[in-house]
Design a protein around this ligand. Structure first.
Ligand SMILES: Nc1ncnc2c1ncn2[C@@H]1O[C@H](COP(=O)(O)OP(=O)(O)OP(=O)(O)O)[C@@H](O)[C@H]1O
Ligand SMILES: [Mg+2]
Length: 593
């Protein structure tokens, strides 16, 4: 007796169903994706008992004629590809011709459909077999009704969870669709009661507001950036809010919601030094890239994709989020959180990534935080020496020759510097701001070269304890790069011959001691993490302090240097360097409107 036999197709369909019909939510997802593939602009979903009793998805898409509708229920029947090469660069959600037959094999399925120019058809099918085909009156589009899901596959029934948790999974699946395709109108009812009503949204923010409320929407910054052929759009949480509410993650590639921990990590990397370690931001990001650069046919539920050049995609994501965090909108605000006049819709013209993108938030009417000067350089050669040194090291990221317009600045309480901005009053914390400037400068130095240092007329002698000595030995090379020229003098004695000179009131001895103290007992694994820790520590100790009077030239130099950092609104601990009060907020407070 032969031991191998080809399975009857009904059995094969049920096996395929195991992948497609994992639970009611996956059925909903497949049906909605079919509707979207059919060009629907409006999709209505009705769910009964968490999808176990009934799932109905109606669309206003192309519909099917009778032959196609019957064919759609057979395995590998698809209108979306005809040859293997069509899989490259595919833009439809479906392509396998598997979903409907698999769903049908474990349910009662009814299709009502009509093309724009033909008669309507109603097909009833059960357990994988067509039961009846009849005329039906309906407008263009398709309604698929799935009832008694898994009624003929009891083995799977017991794996289905309760109606409530199935319903939650359905909401999650539909949320992904709603975010991926905000142009589509989507309504959902559960047991006859309206659950979600989402009109077509013109912006990400509008769709997020419709899903989770305006308070959530207003915590988020616009992301919109182009790097080569890759466009990254979406919303990212304002650093000051990270960790204070529900965290949400959403990623889409070419309109398809996907999971991708690597991309999430890349986006999170943009927050490094802007939020406390361990906090995870809400991120909603949609990537658009050439179809030939991404393979969607690598995962049974199409929930993952493979990139031809993952590294480049990750850098694009990190860069896009970082640029969003570098805008004025990212700065802490008093009163109204939102600092823009119109939600950003204008697409970024390709090729404008760089200085422009850094200084001018894209879309909307938000003015840049730091205006670039129209003509001649306004650079300052000042005793604070911040600007000049910042230039030397930040050059790799920002065109340092780009002049910055400096508005009139005023110092308050020897701590804050204020200036007038088109959209409100802005306050800079001088210590935090200088810390940010020095941090980026030191990172540049540690990664790319040596900093100018100042020879001391009278070398300093330092006596260290054993732990401090050890910290010095572990970081000696990096400290030298930062501009400390140090000689060991046997035992625990150091002679410091040259030091970095970030400003005239800098106290090198105190800085070096405090830094070694902070690095004591530190066992940070990677070089990058060690550099970051060191740069942040030295920056903190070396920065001008609160309570120091600054001359007008020093303030201007600090302003210019801050303008050239990548994250001007945040210091290295994730605290604000800039606080803003919108004119509209002031008008509200003064009862002017
Ligand atoms: N709502 C709909 N409107 C119009 N045509 C549809 C609709 N749903 C399904 N079809 C047609 O039926 C075919 C089969 O659908 P099915 O979901 O089984 O496969 P698919 O979408 O091509 O691929 P996949 O299995 O990856 O989803 C589709 O290719 C499409 O031509
Ligand atoms: Mg499909």
């Amino acid at each position: 007796m032969p031991r191998i036999s080809v399975l009857p197709s009904a059995v094969a369909d049920q096996i395929a169903a195991g992948e497609v019909v994992e639970r009611p939510a996956s059925v909903v997802k497949e049906l909605v994706e079919n509707a979207l593939d059919a060009g629907a602009t409006s999709v209505d979903v009705a769910i009964d008992e968490g999808g176990r009793a009934r799932i109905r998805v109606s669309d206003d898409g192309t519909g099917m004629d009778r032959d196609d509708a019957v064919l759609a229920l057979s395995r590998h029947a698809t209108s979306k590809i005809t040859r293997a090469s069509d899989l490259v660069g595919i833009h439809s959600f479906g392509f396998r011709g598997e979903a409907l037959p698999a769903i049908c094999s474990v349910s009662h399925l009814q299709i009502d459909t009509a093309p724009s120019d033909g008669a309507g058809t109603r097909i009833d099918a059960s357990a994988g077999a067509v039961v009846s085909v009849a005329d039906a009156a309906r407008r263009r589009g398709t309604t698929v009704t799935v009832s008694s899901l898994v009624y003929n596959a009891p083995a799977r029934l017991k794996f289905m969870r309760g109606a409530r948790s199935e319903w939650r999974a359905i909401v999650d699946a539909l949320t992904l669709v709603a975010l991926a395709r905000r142009d589509v109108r989507l309504t959902v009812t559960h047991d006859g009661a309206p659950a979600l009503t989402l009109p077509p949204a013109s912006s990400w923010r509008a769709r997020v507001a419709a899903l989770w409320g305006t308070a959530t929407a207003e915590r988020l910054l616009d992301v919109d950036d182009v790097a080569g052929p890759i466009r990254v759009e979406g919303l990212a949480e304002r650093p000051q809010d990270v960790g204070t509410g529900t965290r949400r993650i959403f990623l889409a590639v070419n309109g398809r919601a996907i999971r991708d921990p690597g991309l999430v990590r890349a986006a999170e990397a943009a927050y490094r030094s802007a939020i406390s370690a361990g906090l995870r931001p809400t991120l909603l990001l949609a990537l658009t890239l050439p179809g030939s650069d991404v393979d969607v046919n690598v995962h049974p539920a199409k929930a993952e994709v493979r990139f031809r050049d993952r590294w480049t995609v990750e850098r694009a994501v990190e860069g896009a989020v970082r640029r969003a965090l570098g805008t004025l909108d990212a700065a802490a605000a008093i009163g109204a959180r939102r600092w823009w006049s119109a939600p950003g819709e204008a697409p970024l013209p390709p090729g404008t990534v760089g200085v422009e993108a850094l200084h001018a938030p894209v879309g909307g009417d938000t003015g840049p935080l730091f205006d670039r000067a129209p003509s001649s350089s306004d650079d300052l050669d000042t005793s604070l020496a911040i600007a000049g040194e910042a230039q030397a090291t930040i050059a790799a990221r920002v065109d340092i020759n780009e002049p910055v317009t400096v508005p009139p600045l005023t110092q308050w309480r020897r701590t804050y510097i204020s200036f007038e901005h088109e959209q409100g009053l802005v306050l800079i914390d001088q210590h935090s701001a200088h810390e940010r400037v020095l941090f980026e400068r030191f990172m540049g130095v540690l990664e790319r070269g040596e900093a100018p240092s100042q020879r001391l007329l009278f070398p300093i002698t330092l006596h260290l304890g054993p732990a401090e000595s050890e910290a010095f030995d572990a970081n000696r090379e990096s400290l030298e790069r930062l501009g400390f020229e140090v000689e060991g003098f046997g035992g625990h004695t150091l002679i410091v011959r040259a030091v970095p000179m970030p400003h005239p009131r800098f106290d090198p001895e105190r800085c070096l001691r405090d830094t070694l103290d902070a690095l004591t007992g530190d066992r940070v694994a990677s070089t990058a993490a060690r550099h970051e820790k060191l740069a942040a520590t030295v920056a903190c100790k070396a920065a001008i302090k609160a309570g120091e009077a600054l001359s007008p030239d020093e303030m201007r130099a600090l302003f210019v240097a801050l303008a050239r950092t990548t994250l001007p609104a945040h210091d290295v601990h994730g605290r604000a360097t800039i606080v803003r009060v919108g004119w509209d907020e002031l008008e509200r407070r003064f009862g002017r409107r």
